[in-house]
Design a protein around this ligand. Structure first.
Ligand code: NAD
Ligand code: DAU
Length: 336
């Protein structure tokens, strides 16, 4: 099996590439990534010299490049993760979210259609469902009511992927996952930002009253769900992925401070995110019942391990925050 992973140098993508190399060592993984600010080839430094990992710097919107790669590497399946992924950035500048997430995905689908791929896995998000009240959970039948430019662009890419199945017969499977956490997450997202700020004794900015709820899943459990969906999912179907770990933001921030032995006086309540979704919760019973997936990590274990990873790897996030991580690509790849 030869798989094209898009966005394989980002947070989930780099964890996924390593997960595939470990759990499907016979597969070739071609990793297409544009290396935006969120793409860090250094995340994959342990795969240097691995002949079954091929990195290609490129844009999912370059249909000719994609078609070439599909033929050159005899690609059987695409796992599509490349995206602009940060809600706050989509509020500051929505355009690139439409360009990459909507148009880029459509170009990728068009390339896949022209080559007759065996499977196209669209990695979508629970944010397509919008916000929940205090009770209940999103099922695959919940209405799609995205709130932010990010989630709207992901909803568009999710639906255009399903349209390529219904209209053109492309074998598409869509997954909608809740909030991920784990190693290599860019320190603009809640958990790594709080860890890094706390380590510097800087204020921890909590939006609004801190009562917004997210449903957390360890990134490795997401990777295992994606492999289940790729191998066992039914064409045209949508699978929710979640770990049943609903937490208020303020409780997570306090837990991070507790793990680091830092005072709660570092917490600073700041102006709320515009259009901030109040609560997400995923009902993952379909993927569990139909594909036999179950998460393996509890949130408390996973959070402690994740915080420790950031404490033990200051050079990773220092290089990310100073921008020097970009030099890795220049020295390791461009020089060849
Ligand atoms: P990320 O921002 O860490 O990584 C995105 C990657 O995509 C980067 O490596 C970036 O360089 C690459 N990329 C961006 N634009 C590109 C383009 N035009 N062409 C090629 N590559 C491009 O994102 P993440 O958090 O790892 O999320 C990965 C995917 O999973 C996204 O599609 C996101 O919507 C989805 N998702 C994320 C979460 C989460 O909690 N992080 C949850 C559910 C779904
Ligand atoms: O639900 C899945 C989504 O989870 C993914 O599709 C997105 O790609 C991913 O970024 C994530 O979106 P969120 O907006 O939920 O994640 P973020 O880490 O940005 O914020 C988590 C919560 O914490 C949210 O309620 C906003 C809040 N927050 C965030 C930051 C960065 C703060 O209170 N302070 C902050 O500084």
């Amino acid at each position: 099996m030869n798989v094209l992973v898009t966005g394989g140098c980002g947070f989930i993508g780099s964890n996924l590439v390593k997960y595939l190399r470990k759990h499907r060592p016979e597969w070739k993984v071609v990793n297409l990534d544009k290396l935006t600010y969120a793409g860090n080839l250094e995340n994959l430094s342990e795969l240097e010299g691995d002949p079954k990992h091929v990195f290609v710097r490129g844009d999912i919107g370059s249909q000719d490049l994609i078609e070439h790669l599909l033929v050159q590497h005899s690609i059987d399946a695409v796992m599509h993760l490349a995206a602009e992924s940060h809600v706050d950035r989509s509020i500051l500048g929505p355009e690139v979210f439409v360009t990459t997430n909507v148009l880029g995905t459509q170009r990728l689908l068009e390339a896949a259609r022209s080559r007759g791929l065996k499977r196209f896995l669209m990695v979508s998000t629970d944010e397509v469902y919008g916000s929940l009240g205090p009770t209940g959970a999103f099922t695959e039948q919940s209405p799609l009511q995205p709130s932010s430019p990010y989630s709207s662009s992901k909803t568009s890419s999710d639906l255009i992927s399903l349209a390529y199945h219904h209209t053109f017969g492309l074998d598409v499977v869509v997954t909608r996952c809740s909030n991920n956490y784990g190693r290599y997450q860019f320190p603009e997202k809640l958990i790594p930002l709080m860890v890094v700020n706390a380590l510097h004794d800087k204020p921890l900015p909590v939006y609004g009253d801190g009562g917004n709820v997210r449903d957390w899943l360890h990134v490795e459990d997401h990777c295992s769900a994606l492999l289940h969906a790729l191998e066992k999912g039914k064409a045209g179907e949508v699978y929710n992925i979640g770990g049943g770990a609903e937490r208020k933001n303020i409780d997570i921030v306090k837990a991070v401070l507790g793990l680091l032995g830092k005072p709660e006086s570092l917490i600073k309540f700041v102006k709320d995110r515009p259009g901030h979704d109040r609560r997400y919760a995923i009902d993952p019973s379909k993927i569990k019942a139909e594909l036999g997936w179950t998460p393996s990590q509890t949130f408390e274990q996973g959070l402690a391990e994740t915080v420790k990873w950031y404490v033990d790897h200051p050079s990773w996030w220092e290089r990310v925050m100073s921008g020097t991580y970009r030099q890795y690509f220049e020295t390791q790849y461009r020089a060849r």
